[in-house]
Design a protein around this ligand. Structure first.
Ligand code: ADP
Ligand code: MG
Length: 226
């Protein structure tokens, strides 16, 4: 428990710092991109360096927007929400990309009412991050299974893929900032995900083998009063 606490403290300090820096870098970056676009019109022919510069700038922008997400938990708006509705919205959002990559997203939702008190946008972000990772873990296609069930005091959401799994050395380090094995990854998705789940007084667990990975999120249940 002590180790966990130290880790979460580290996250919030790193988060605040990161968000602050991200904010400061964003304006000059926007200026650079703008002028680069203007310059592009004046360069003869197609310049290959331009493409590289532009795609690297886009990468920086992507990292910045993920870092800025870290600042958001301070403006959290908690309200009662249906977990299945949030999951359906997220699946709709990601379905096109999934189909293009030969991936089926399967929903195995419980019939029960599954309400939690949460910041909907943040919870969406959690599911988007985990489902995206699941999709990215299966470059040759496969099935992502999203299931929900209810326990006495919590709603349990599982996101399962059929990818190659996460090596043990990496498993222990998940949630560290900038930890990525992907060429175009930022290594911030899980860090943000862990932080949001923690803000919701929930837990997140991962189990992984060479047959695939399962992320399990437990959120405190909102008791339905009739
Ligand atoms: P990113 O996706 O940008 O690399 P994340 O924080 O989302 O950053 O994930 C960190 C790393 O954890 C990934 O690069 C990957 O190596 C590993 N990972 C996360 N989810 C999965 C998964 N479902 N299957 C395999 N590896 C995963
Ligand atoms: Mg990711």
């Amino acid at each position: 428990a002590e180790e966990l606490m130290i880790r979460s403290e580290k996250l919030s300090v790193a988060g605040q710092l990161a968000a602050g820096i991200a904010h400061e870098i964003r304006n000059p970056l926007t200026a650079i991109k703008g002028f680069l676009q203007l310059m592009h019109g004046e360069i003869e022919k197609d310049n290959q360096y331009f493409e590289i510069i532009f795609s690297e700038l886009n990468r920086i922008e992507m990292i910045l927007s993920e870092l800025l997400m870290l600042a958001k938990p301070q403006e959290t708006v908690f309200e009662k929400a249906n977990v299945k509705t949030i999951l359906r919205e997220v699946v709709t959002l990601l379905e096109t990309e999934a189909i293009l990559r030969n991936i089926v997203i399967e929903k195995k939702f419980s019939d029960e009412i599954q309400e939690v008190v949460c910041d909907k946008n943040q919870l969406k972000q959690v599911f988007i991050n985990l489902i995206k990772n699941a999709i990215e873990a299966m470059p040759n296609g496969g099935t992502v299974t999203i299931s929900t069930k209810s326990e006495n005091f919590s709603i349990v959401i599982e996101i399962k893929d059929e990818g190659e799994g996460i090596p043990k050395e990496l498993l222990e380090r998940l949630g560290e900032p900038f930890l990525t094995t992907k060429e175009k990854g930022t290594g911030l998705g899980l860090m943000i995900t862990y932080k949001i789940v923690e803000n919701h007084k929930g837990t997140i667990d991962v189990s992984s083998s060479e047959k695939g990975t399962v992320f399990t999120i437990k959120l405190p249940k909102q008791k339905t009063v009739l």
